[in-house]
Design a protein around this ligand. Structure first.
Ligand SMILES: *Cc1c(COP(=O)(O)O)cnc(C)c1O
Length: 384
């Protein structure tokens, strides 16, 4: 498909409607009818484009969204008045009224919130989710504090305890789910603990992508699908276990990151390239200068080790990645010319550069590779 002439961008991200729609339907097949899907669209929808992904999700009848910040939530609310939106990250107490006013659910564990919630004068209910600490040691209320806190929240008339949830620490890094099972047990005890004081929030949730795919007992009423909405696996282990258990389940990657050759330069063997003269070409070479660099999210750690696709050929990054430019060796891609389309991440012809391949080279995870693509770069929804 050629969209080359349909826009004026030199570097951009394409997000595939078809891939995201397929992932939604594949994951829905794993859930019972009692479990509703929540699309986790924090961090600019894992780099795929917040509003673009929300639009695709809506088309597939997914109307529940989880984000990290109040600002992301308000962006969704400004376009979709009937979306259900949960802010999972910290909201400054002074901004809580914005969430309440926009009918946005939020997480509570903070003592400062209690006095703020008591003082807010509004017709609207504050929709609160209690975060239960079950072993991740991140955000949430530990066993002993839970009942006392929940009791206080319950006694604030303008608050509705809409949900309770927890998050797993070690479900993707291992094929041994003992720790996750223990967290689930702790969560189930918290449910009982709250029931004993007359609190039974309608929405209970624990599952992230790996839990959705591997552990049915984590599904409850809603399940928070992040990385796998975008067609990526939480880890190699998650993928291996899933494929053992269920060969029919597969994911389709949704993101292609593209740029354009800005200049072609022919250089002699031995010529050093880019800042620091860290690498010299071994042979007479044809180089392509690309208008993309670490500011755009192309990690500087990919200097001399990254690959891009030009004319379906894999071409190596030569020398250091600069802030806004980088240089690749296109000697083996004879058709490369100024203006040629280059794939930084994604597929071209028969070849593909995956977020996992890039992550492996810079010692991180696919999550970080995609979320770090600069949100200023345009996102374009493509059909395929
Ligand atoms: C990011 C996040 C998720 C989504 O996790 P994935 O592994 O991307 O599916 C779910 N729940 C919480 C609390 C999160 O922070």
């Amino acid at each position: 498909m050629s969209i080359k002439n349909q826009h004026n961008y030199r570097t951009w991200v394409e997000v595939s409607d078809k891939a995201i729609s397929k992932n939604i339907s594949a994951v829905r097949n794993l859930l019972s009818r009692e479990t509703d899907l929540v699309a986790v669209v924090k961090s600019n929808a894992y780099g795929h484009g917040l509003m673009e992904v929300v639009q695709i999700a809506y088309k597939n009848n997914v109307k529940r969204f989880a984000v990290d910040s109040i600002d992301e939530a308000l962006k969704i609310r400004s376009v979709y008045s009937d979306a259900w939106i949960l802010v999972m990250g910290y909201i400054l107490p002074v901004r809580l009224y914005e969430a309440i006013d926009a009918d946005i659910s939020f997480v509570a564990y903070s003592d400062l919130y209690l006095s703020v919630l008591e003082s807010i004068k509004t017709e609207k209910k504050a929709k609160v989710h209690l975060k239960i600490e079950t072993g991740t040691m991140r955000q949430g209320l530990c066993g002993e504090e839970l009942s006392a806190y929940a009791e206080k929240v319950k006694n604030i008339p303008q608050v509705l305890i809409e949900g309770m949830y927890t998050h797993f620490a070690n479900i993707e890094d291992t094929s041994d789910h003992i720790f996750a099972e223990q967290q689930l047990k702790n969560f189930n005890s918290a449910i009982e603990q709250l029931k004993n004081i007359g609190i039974d929030p309608p929405l209970k949730h624990t599952a992230c992508s790996a839990a959705i795919i591997l552990l049915e007992s984590t599904h409850f009423n809603i399940a928070r699908l992040g990385i796998s909405l975008y067609g990526l696996w939480s880890s190699k282990e998650t993928k291996a276990i899933s494929q053992q258990k269920n060969q029919d389940f597969s994911l389709s990657t949704a993101l292609t990151w593209k740029t354009t050759i800005a200049q072609i330069k022919n250089v002699e063997a031995g010529t050093a390239v880019s800042y620091g003269l860290t690498e010299s070409v071994a042979r007479n070479s044809k180089l392509a200068i690309l208008p993309v660099g670490y500011w755009d999210g192309y990690d500087r750690g990919l200097s001399s080790v990254g690959n891009v696709l030009v004319g379906g050929k894999r071409c190596k990054v030569i020398g250091r990645v600069c802030m806004n430019m980088m240089i690749v060796d296109v000697t083996d891609a004879p058709e490369a010319h100024e203006g040629s389309e280059v794939v930084l991440l994604g597929s071209q012809s028969e070849d593909q550069i995956t977020a996992d391949m890039i992550a492996g080279k810079i010692n991180t995870i696919n999550y970080e590779v995609v979320t770090r693509i600069n949100p200023n770069l345009p996102r374009i929804i493509v059909e395929d």
